[in-house]
Each structure stands twice: as structure tokens, then as C-alpha cells.
Design a protein around this ligand. Structure first.
Ligand code: FPP
Length: 232
């Protein structure tokens, strides 16, 4: 599962952008912009520190309920992020995967996602997994339906894993949620079955390398037993 005491796969629930903006007297969309600005620092520091897979919760299936201008601005930030780092993904040999139903997204975002996925599909050492229009329950239902379509009459754990968006990736070792709430909000429930959960009050736009180091340090001191008696 882990390499030494470094998690192989870390998931980030990037919460608190709206409250950060409010505290700074700015619109919520400004908070998301600030949130998007720290992503490069956190993803690079994660890969440089030995983490193999980084999963980011960018837009959930529930986030459609937000005001249209906020939804549009998150999609715009995502598209710009993917465009800005298109070359770096290739230069740094980072495989991009997108978890979620792309069919409902604006065409310019969908095509940006598909191009970045195609550009980087040959890489494997580092994986950046961005969850967009993603919900874990929907993912599990989709996996079961795909397995049934493939002729399965009884569904195994392997069937779900094989038909999930994260097929072939290690399970999540550590989930970091910023913004003070202590819940998983439908984020990779299957993949996080044995994940350690780290909650911090820091809002996502204030989450930097230092805070990441604290989260990894906390993880390193956890003893993971996976249901067994002795630590692994
Ligand atoms: C949760 O904060 C954050 C989101 C729903 C959006 C996250 C999106 C980004 C950081 C930008 C785009 C992403 C990438 C990968 C470039 P919230 O709005 O729920 O905060 P609040 O709880 O304080 O209101």
C-alpha cells in the first residue's frame, strides 16, 4: 500500500474556497481562483515527495446545484488549468485521468480533458486524477452496470475495481480534507475503504507545501492495520 511511510495515493477534498473568499471580502468565484492557484504547488510537491497518484475533487455531481456563474467559473478554471499545464504534463511524464461523467460538461472543457488524456496516456509513474462531475455512488452503480453488460451475472470486488474510473491504480492511502468539515462527501468511497482521514481547518487557498508536509507527517505516524492485529 505505502512506500515506507509515504502514501502512494493521496486524495484532496479542496474545501473552503467560498469561506476564504468571504473572509477576504471577495466573491466566491475569487475563492475558487485562489484555490486553483495552489493546485500546481501541491501536486508538484506531492510527486516530488514520492507520492505516485494525486486525486483532486474539483466538481461533484452535487455541485450542479450551485449558481450558474459559480459552476461556469469552476469549469473555466479547470479548462485554463489543463491548457496551462498541457506541456508540463508531458515534460514531467504525468498521466492525466478524469474521473466522472464528461458528457454533461461544456464542449470546450470536455475536449481539453480528452486532449490532455490522449497526450499523457502512455505515462504511468505519476498519475493526476481529477474528479469532475464525479460522485462515488454513481461510479459504483456505473461499474456494476458495465460488468453486467460484459456478461457478469454475479459481481465481485474485482469487477467493481476493474470498471471504476481508477482502474489499475492503487487504492487511496490518505484523504486530506481542508475547510474544517469532517466528511467524505461521496469522494472515492470504494477506493478509500482503508484510507487514513486527515482533516484540517485551513481553507484550501491557504493550503501550501508546509501544510502538505504536516499532513504527510501525520500519516507517517499512523499505524495501518487493514483489519489485522499487527501494523503493516
Ligand atoms: C469547495 O469549496 C470547492 C469546490 C467545489 C471547487 C474546487 C475547484 C477548484 C479549486 C478550482 C478548479 C480545480 C482545478 C483542479 C483546476 P466550497 O466552495 O464548497 O467552499 P465553502 O465550503 O467555503 O463554501
Amino acid at each position: 500500500m505505502t512506500k515506507g511511510n509515504i502514501p502512494r495515493h493521496v486524495g484532496f477534498i479542496m474545501d473552503g474556497n467560498g469561506r476564504w473568499a468571504k473572509e477576504h471580502g471577495k466573491p466566491r468565484t475569487f475563492g475558487h481562483k485562489k484555490g486553483a492557484d495552489v493546485i500546481h504547488e501541491i501536486v508538484s510537491a506531492s510527486f516530488n515527495g514520492g507520492i505516485e497518484v494525486v486525486s483532486l475533487y474539483a466538481f461533484s455531481t452535487e455541485n450542479w446545484a450551485r449558481p450558474k456563474d459559480e459552476v461556469d467559473s469552476i469549469f473555466d478554471l479547470l479548462r485554463k488549468f489543463l491548457k496551462k499545464y498541457a506541456k508540463e504534463l508531458i515534460d514531467e511524464e504525468i498521466k492525466l485521468i478524469i474521473s466522472g461523467d464528461l458528457s454533461a460538461l461544456p464542449e470546450n472543457l470536455r475536449s481539453e480533458c480528452l486532449e490532455r488524456i490522449a497526450d499523457t496516456c502512455r505515462f504511468s509513474e505519476h498519475v493526476l486524477n481529477i474528479a469532475i462531475n464525479y460522485g462515488s455512488k454513481a461510479e459504483i452503480v456505473r461499474a456494476v452496470n458495465q460488468a453486467l453488460k460484459n456478461g457478469k451475472t454475479q459481481i465481485s470486488e474485482e469487477d467493481i475495481a476493474e470498471n471504476s474510473y481508477t482502474k489499475g491504480l492503487p487504492d487511496i492511502d490518505l484523504i486530506v480534507r481542508t475547510g474544517g468539515e469532517q466528511r467524505l462527501s461521496n469522494f472515492f468511497l470504494w477506493q478509500a475503504a482503508y484510507a487514513e482521514l486527515y482533516f484540517t481547518d485551513v481553507y484550501w487557498p491557504d493550503f501550501h507545501k508546509k501544510q502538505l508536509g504536516e499532513a504527510i507527517g501525520w500519516f507517517s505516524n499512523r499505524q495501518r492495520r487493514f483489519g489485522d492485529v499487527s501494523p503493516k
